[in-house]
Design a protein around this ligand. Structure first.
Ligand code: TXA
Ligand code: MG
Length: 321
């Protein structure tokens, strides 16, 4: 795509222009409370194919469908009792549900990658929600970045990766949750965690009244997008660093004197999640300015949002392929 990417203002005219572009089969990045999404009309195969091309995304990887409300969601997915319970507890919000596709759904096979399920979510972000309401249909949207790179939590991050490759960006504020949605597979009354994310597992377990199942068998990935190396900056990353060496810079968590940046000096996991991706980008820039240093990261507790933060950090630190 040769044309420059339009920067649409977060007002009525901008929302209308964004919805019109989606209806015409265009690609529009928009804010959600988790990360910026790269949206296309989920019913238009050509538009969805353009998402994969803009992101250089492996085509076996299915996309999340975004909707404005539960009624719209029920046009595409079959909600059983458990799914309704989860939707009413956590929507709008950072939770995606993988549910059986509804007959006659009309969603492109490129969105579901040929599976008989669909991942669906209702974002809470006011601007993203306004766009979905105006468009009044299903919007397929992965994170608005080149596949495998750090996810975008500001409109500027989107433009860094995708300027000239997509039609427009709806220019909102930075995302306040800062990590992607939690993904759950619902089958009968069994609920499996496919990806840790913005809603902590403990809170979901309290809602459904029993433990989540975990899918960790690498031979049968339930969420094909869970690639081992992902979210990767250029610099090498070392996790759980209590001390760090002269050729490293430290991304801190909790009280620590010598960090270059601190995800949360007071040890607040919400603050750390909101800062994670933008600080990874900044640390990457600083590491390269300092002659190719590595990034050491303080230990992050493995509960609540820490589970999602550690999942992203482990992928960022994984050997690159
Ligand atoms: O917060 C989010 O979820 C963001 C914003 C933009 O909504 N979106 C996002 O999308 O993170 P993406 O494409 O980066 O991740 C989608 C994940 C992938 O891991 C994919 O494999 C999984 O959802 N997924 C989609 N459909 C699925 C299905 N039918 N069954 C299992 N996993 C599915
Ligand atoms: Mg992504």
């Amino acid at each position: 795509m040769a044309a420059p990417t339009q920067q649409l203002q977060p007002d009525t005219a901008g929302i209308q222009a964004a919805a019109d572009l989606l209806a015409q089969g265009g690609l529009v990045a928009f804010p959600t409370e988790t990360v910026y999404g790269l949206g296309a009309d989920a019913t238009q195969g050509k538009a969805v194919a353009a998402i994969y091309a803009a992101k250089n995304r492996p085509s076996f990887n299915p996309l999340i469908v975004h909707v404005a409300d539960l009624e719209t969601a029920q046009n595409y997915a079959v909600f059983n009792h458990t799914a309704l319970q989860l939707a009413s507890a956590f929507w709008p919000g950072p939770l995606s549900l993988v549910l059986p596709l509804k007959p006659g759904h009309g969603v492109s096979e490129l969105v579901t990658a040929g599976l008989d399920t669909v991942a669906i979510r209702m974002p809470a972000h006011p601007l993203g929600h306004a766009l979905l309401q105006e468009f009044a249909g299903p919007v397929a949207a992965p994170s608005a970045n080149i596949s495998g790179s750090v996810s975008p939590t500001t409109a500027a991050h989107v433009l860094e990766g995708l300027e000239g490759r997509i039609n427009a960006v709806l220019m909102g504020e930075p995302c306040d949750v800062g990590i992607e949605s939690t993904i759950l597979l619902v089958a009968g009354d069994q609920v499996s965690l496919l990806r840790a994310g913005g809603v902590p597992a403990e809170i979901i377990e309290a809602c459904i009244g029993h433990p989540l199942l975990y899918h960790q068998d690498p031979e049968t990935p339930q969420s094909p997008g869970q690639l081992v190396s992902h979210y990767a900056p250029d610099a090498l990353i070392r996790l759980n660093a209590d001390i760090f060496s002269a050729n490293e810079i430290l991304l801190g968590f909790g009280p620590c004197d010598s960090s270059t940046l601190n995800l949360s000096a007071v040890g607040d996991l919400r603050e750390a999640a909101a800062n994670l991706f933008s600080y990874l980008r900044k640390m990457d820039r600083i590491a390269s300015e300092q002659g190719g240093k590595s990034i050491a990261v303080s230990p992050i507790p493995d509960h609540g949002l820490g589970l999602a933060i550690n999942d992203r950090l482990q992928r960022a630190a994984a050997p690159r392929t």
